[in-house]
Design a protein around this ligand. Structure first.
Ligand code: UDX
Length: 449
């Protein structure tokens, strides 16, 4: 099918490239000319493993091209996906990019004579597609919904494994204005072998929020248990959560073998969740609840627990050193999770701010991040280091913030010898099995150290 994709962020470009690799003809639209040029030159403007190789192939085979000309892209397509951003604003979400895209698509539909389906993929609160988006499309086009198709089709792409997630979906949720809309979208996804949910536009919108709210809740649940273990001698959150995981309802035993479902990855204590989705989506759902006079007790607690976790690492450092004034602290990991260079809502940024507030001298290292971008509130205040040796040399304490498995493979004996004070604070409990030399003070979370 011929498909236009409006917005080439990580959701839009991943969607475009994957659909092109399945044989569809894709026109990617973006308002930023440099982005369009980069895509046509087979360059991915952000980091997502495997995407550059796939983009290169689909551009070379002319299955995908990028343009700033929205009208042209839409007139040559049967389906248009909206994949523009919905940034956080005052706890809710900013719908201005969605509104602009819907208005422009509406006008473009005036130049289209055949039936055209518009699909909203961006994450929006329930009621956005059938009111704001629908109204703007109707206004712009002079048509009534039904004369054009309208679907809401949430994405469930994890950063770092977006291609895998797109090509191997757990489910495809098709919120539909009417049956014709849903059936047209089903054609786009025909090759996929997974459950499909055909439902209302609002259910589709709510499913996305509910899915991410559950993940955030599990992380905060584990972190609340950690906070309790931190004030209870002879407890250890890792052991406690191991005991929880072994419930067969969480890890079933099939043919004598225990299955470890991926959901268990969200049931480990740490220093909190971040990223472009979980915090924003939970906050948007909280704001949505309040607007409708529902108090979101659980979601409020999920965010409160999460907001408190980074401070625990700063407190542990202060307790270990007495004072953080002029102490050199090595922050290990800047990204919100391993395998990406994304710093959005990363707990590392909060930890760094708290350390700087206490007068510490902060250095940072991350295997994926190549520099600290300006504008984070600590320009020139943090030294970015390129190697583990550089970040740890002469430091007073190291704090692990991102759960990179490779940190556990480092030669810690040599690295610790280069430190001024050999104190390691492990905000993700990933270094528990390291055979620490006697002089090292290793401080895990979720226990009394
Ligand atoms: C998430 C959802 O998984 C995805 O389905 C949705 O479409 C977008 O949001 P992503 O933001 O890429 O994807 O990150 P994810 O891998 O889910 O991790 C979210 C956060 O939870 C990270 O900050 C991670 O470090 C944190 N986390 C995860 C914990 O703090 N503890 C855990 O035990 C697991």
């Amino acid at each position: 099918m011929r498909i236009a994709i409006v917005g080439t962020g990580y959701v839009g470009l991943t969607t475009g490239v994957c659909l092109a690799s399945m044989g569809h003809e894709i026109s990617c639209v973006d308002i930023v000319p440099e982005r369009v040029t980069a895509i046509n030159n087979k360059k991915v403007p952000f980091y997502e493993p495997g995407l550059a190789e796939m983009l290169s192939k689909v551009v070379a085979s002319r299955r995908l091209y990028a343009t700033t000309d929205l009208v042209e892209a839409i007139t040559r397509s049967e389906v248009t996906f909206i994949t523009v951003g919905t940034p956080q604003s005052n706890q809710g979400i900013d719908l201005s990019y969605i509104a602009t895209a819907a208005r422009q698509i509406g006008y473009a539909l005036r130049h289209v004579s055949d039936y055209h389906l518009v699909v909203l993929k961006s994450t929006v609160v329930p009621g956005t597609t059938d009111t704001l988006v629908c109204n703007l499309l109707e206004e712009g086009s002079g048509l009534q919904a039904g004369e054009f198709g309208l679907c809401m089709n949430p994405e469930f792409l994890r950063e770092g494994s977006a291609i895998h997630d797109f090509m191997n979906p757990d489910r495809i949720v098709i919120g539909q204005w009417d049956e014709r809309s849903g059936q047209t979208l089903a054609e786009v996804y025909k090759p996929f072998d997974c459950p499909r949910i055909f439902t209302t536009l609002r259910n589709a919108e709510m499913i996305k929020y509910a899915a991410n709210a559950l993940l955030a809740t599990l992380v905060s649940f584990s972190n609340e248990i950690a906070a309790l273990c931190e004030v209870t001698p002879d407890t250890d959150v890792n052991v406690v959560m191991q005991g929880v995981h072994l419930d067969r309802r969480l890890s079933p035993v099939i043919n004598g073998e225990r299955i470890k479902p991926g959901i268990l990855n969200f049931l480990w204590a740490g220093c909190g969740f971040g990223g472009s989705c979980l915090p924003k989506d939970v906050n948007a759902l909280r704001a949505y609840a309040r607007e409708r006079t529902v108090t979101p007790y659980l979601l409020d607690a999920v965010m409160n627990i999460n907001n408190k976790r980074p401070a625990i690492l700063e407190k542990l450092a202060e307790e270990a050193l007495g004072s953080l004034r002029r102490a050199i602290i090595a922050v290990l990991g800047l990204a919100f999770k391993p395998g990406t260079d994304d710093l959005r809502e990363s707990p590392a940024l909060t930890v760094i701010k708290l350390l700087l507030d206490r007068g510490a001298i902060v250095r940072a290292y991350d295997p994926f991040v190549t520099s600290i971008p300006p504008g984070l509130g600590f320009d020139n205040l943090v030294t970015f280091c390129n190697t583990p040796e550089e970040v740890l040399r002469d430091s007073d304490t190291a704090i692990v913030v991102t759960a990179y498995p490779e940190f556990a493979e480092w030669d810690w004996t040599t690295l610790c010898n280069s430190m001024r004070h050999q104190i390691i604070i492990d905000g993700r409990n990933i270094l528990r099995k390291v055979p620490w030399p006697k002089k090292v003070r290793y401080i895990g979370i979720g226990r009394v150290n």
